[in-house]
Each structure stands twice: as C-alpha cells, then as structure tokens.
Design a protein around this ligand. Structure first.
Ligand SMILES: C[S@@+](CC[C@H](N)C(=O)[O-])C[C@H]1O[C@@H](n2cnc3c(N)ncnc32)[C@H](O)[C@@H]1O
Length: 439
C-alpha cells in the first residue's frame, strides 16, 4: 500500500491502525504502537502518531458518534480502517492544532494509498461536512454523559458511586496529559544534583514537597534525552508509586519480597533505598526479563523468581520475610491519564475477578511475614472494592494485623489506608496500606 508521505499521511494512517487495534481487537495501545512505530525513524512522526492515538482514546464516544452521523451508511467491514482514519481526522480537527485544510489534506492523502484511492472522495466529503455541521454535531455529542466525559458507562457509574463528590474531577483528570515524574536514585545523586544535571541538559524541573526522591519536569521531553537514565541515576516513575518505599519502612539487612515485581520500578526503588535481601517474584516470566534488564542497567541485584504469589508452595524456600510488598494486579483505573486505552480494554466483570486474585494473594502471603514485619498492599486503582474495601475485609479476617498509619505522606486518609485520586498532588490515582503482623 503506497501513500503520499509529504502531507503527513503516514502518521495519520498509523494512528488509525493503532486505534483500530485497541477498539476493534482489544490490543493494548502501547503494544500496538510498539510494532506500528518500529519502522518509523522520524521522531516527530512517532510523537504525532502517539498523540493522535492517545487523543482518540480520550474522546472515543464523541468521535464515534460524530463520524457515524456523518456517514450516510456504515463503511464496509473490509474498509473499516477508513472509519478510523475519519475518527483520527475529526479528533485532529476538534483539537485545532493544525489548520483544517492541512488535516483534511493529510487524511485524503492517507486514503489515496488504500484500495486504489477509491475512498478518497468519501473521506474528503465527510470531513468537509464535519466542518460545515460541526456546531450542531458538537451540541448533540455533548447531550450524553459518556460522550461528554469520554468514558464507558460502567466506569462512569462505578466511579460515581465510589466517589460521588469527586467523580467529575477524577474523570477530568484521566483526560489530562500527565507530567513526567522522575525518581532520583539517591545512591547516585541527591535531588538537587539531579535538578542541576537536568538543567545543564537544557530542561527545567522542580522538587515536589512530600516526595523524598522525586523530580518533576516542567514540560514534556523525549525521555531518552534525559541525563542519568541509562545509568539508572534517574528513572521514570509517578510520584504516587514512589511513596510505597516510605510505607515499607526499610532498613539494611531485611529480607524483602516484592510479590508482583515486574517491570521492576518499585523493586529498584527498594534497592536504591536500603541494602536488603530482595526476592522479586512475578507470574509472568517475560515481564520478569524486563526487571532483569532494568536491574542490569542500574547495577542492582535481586533473586528473580517466576511464580504465583497466591500459591507460594511452588517458589517459597520456607524462610519468612521482614517486608512484603503486594503491588497487586488491578483495574488500573488510577492511571487512565497515562494509558487512556485502559477504559476501553477493561470490562465491569474484570473487577470482581481482580478483587478475588488480590484477596488470594493477601491470604497466601500474610503467613509468610515474620511477626513484627510489615506487609504493604498497593494498587493503581481508584475503585473501593480493590482498595479500602479489600483491606477492610482483610483486617477483619486477620486479628494479628495492625494498620500502620502514615499521616505524614501525601494522599487522602480513607478507612482503612491512603488514597491518591488522579490529579491529587499532580499524581496518578494510587492506593496504599501498610499492616504490621503482631504475632
Ligand atoms: C501493577 S504490576 C506491578 C508493577 C511493579 N511492582 C512495578 O513497580 O514496576 C502487577 C504485576 O503483577 C503480576 N501478577 C499478576 N498476577 C500475579 C500472580 N498471581 N503472582 C505474581 N505476580 C502476578 C503481573 O504480571 C504484573 O507484572
């Protein structure tokens, strides 16, 4: 398939393919983009494809509604990619960064390489029609809550019932582009040194209060351009996730289990903080390879085990741990601003299955904790069933578990635990609770 390159047709075409992979086939956007962008050398084109595909994820219900309205009849299933090309173009027209004529031109050019170009006329007509009818269509699109918010109904309802007063701001925060948070490896640099290195490289950032190892960049930058990343002096990690090490109350010599370790962000932070004997466990052997790669990059050492946290018989050596971290698999509803496709990939029914898995892990791992030791349970979810609901019932079942409060840490006190909602302190949504084993 040949397409004109000059007008920016190729990035639009690739963005349409990425959207189709997520919305028709249920593939994760990062995964779809990784293979689609592999042959794309131009950094600006790569960034454009990412921006357009992410933008469509944030606004899919309205875009779907508008494009369906503009088409006299649905496109044939074999031409479905053209539907997504229109979705991407309408998103870009609504976004308004490029002149309208340039957007239409690029989309028509992109269609020129498909099926001998016979759908070019349709693309041109639909987009021009959008420009003529846009006010009316926008008004109609805004009539329905899911189209206005850009989320599926089930998630709007669930967040609404869990967080009635905050629901609107949670949904809005999930549609904003997040800042870039970095973690400073205190074995290499202190935060001031890291800030200095960043500013010498031509970037500006600040040191947020309450986050001992964090540096936040003031603008979006290409991550690979940052100093210290290759050597592990800096790592990309949201501020909320960085607070887990504080809850763990680490000290040299402890035996620590990170039960859901991949891709290794929190494991690395643990090792940057203390000389502990770390076991990094994950059920996914391929993801664990990424932990090994990250550790090799930073010169960190841990025992890597592939296994099921809910079934220690397969991997436990019988020696108890002083600290256990369960950074549990969850709905990821707190990181939607970072992964806007999550809202379309998750189903309401997934949440019950996740709650059952989390509970099974808690039950299996609690007996592996030394008396006096601390277990930290964390999720990047905002749903009560996975967070305070899960841990309330855990504390009720285990009379030998005592909540360890951390009122000094950023976040909202919930009963029980600490919750950051998306946008709180400019962070992702995150839940964390520490429990000490009494005997
Ligand atoms: C939220 S991620 C962990 C992120 C990681 N702690 C970090 O900071 O980079 C959840 C992880 O749990 C793993 N997982 C899911 N079910 C598991 C199980 N039954 N036992 C162990 N790991 C599991 C997944 O493969 C995934 O890597």
């Amino acid at each position: 398939m040949k397409r004109a390159e000059s007008s920016g047709a190729r990035p639009r075409w690739l963005a349409a393919q990425a959207c189709r992979a997520v919305l028709d086939r249920g593939q994760a956007l990062d995964e779809a983009l990784a293979s689609l962008l592999d042959p794309v050398a131009d950094g600006r084109d790569r960034a454009l494809v990412r921006r357009l595909a992410n933008g469509v994820m944030r606004d899919w219900p309205a875009l779907d509604f508008i494009v369906r309205n503009l088409l006299e009849r649905p496109v044939k299933s074999g031409d479905r990619i053209v539907f997504y090309l229109l979705v991407v173009a309408v998103h870009e027209l609504r976004d308004g960064r490029e002149p309208d004529h340039a957007v239409v031109h690029a989309a028509v050019d992109a269609a020129a390489g498909f099926r001998g170009g016979r759908l070019r006329g349709l693309v041109n007509a639909v987009l021009r029609n959008f420009l003529r009818r846009r006010d009316g269509l926008e008004a109609q699109a805004a009539e329905e809550p899911a189209r206005l918010a850009g989320y599926p109904h089930w998630l709007i309802d669930r967040i609404g019932s869990d967080w009635p007063a905050q629901a609107e701001s949670i949904l809005a925060a999930g549609n904003r582009v997040p800042p870039l948070w970095l973690r400073v490896n205190r074995r290499r640099w202190n935060r001031e040194q890291a800030l200095e290195a960043i500013s010498q490289a031509g970037f500006s950032g600040h040191l947020p209060k309450g986050f001992a190892d964090a540096l936040v960049l003031d603008e979006r930058v290409r991550v690979s351009a940052l100093p210290g990343l290759a050597e592990g002096a800096l790592s990309v990690q949201d501020g909320a996730a960085q607070l887990v090490v504080e809850e763990l109350e680490l000290a040299d010599g402890q035996r620590v289990l990170d039960a859901c370790a991949a891709p290794g962000g929190k494991s690395a932070h643990i090792l940057e903080r203390a000389d502990v004997d770390l076991t990094a466990l994950d059920i996914d052997a391929d993801r664990l390879v990424r932990v090994e790669e990250n550790f090799a990059r930073a010169g960190l050492k841990a025992r890597m085990l592939t296994g099921d946290a809910a079934d220690p018989r397969g991997w436990w050596d019988g020696r108890r741990f002083d600290r256990i971290l369960i950074d549990a698999p969850c709905s990821a509803t707190g990181v939607i601003r970072r992964h806007p496709d999550i809202r379309w990939l998750r189903r309401a029914s997934d949440v019950d299955a996740l709650v059952a898995t989390q509970r099974a892990m808690l039950e299996a791992l609690w007996p592996l904790l030394e008396p006096g030791g601390i277990l930290v349970y964390a999720t990047c979810s905002v749903l009560v069933a996975e967070n305070a609901g899960q841990m309330q019932s855990f504390l009720e079942r285990h009379v030998d578990a005592r909540l360890v409060d951390h009122p000094e840490l950023p976040g909202r006190a919930v009963a029980p635990g600490r919750q950051l909602l998306p946008g709180d302190e400019d962070c992702d949504g995150f839940y964390c609770l520490a429990a000490r084993r009494l005997h």
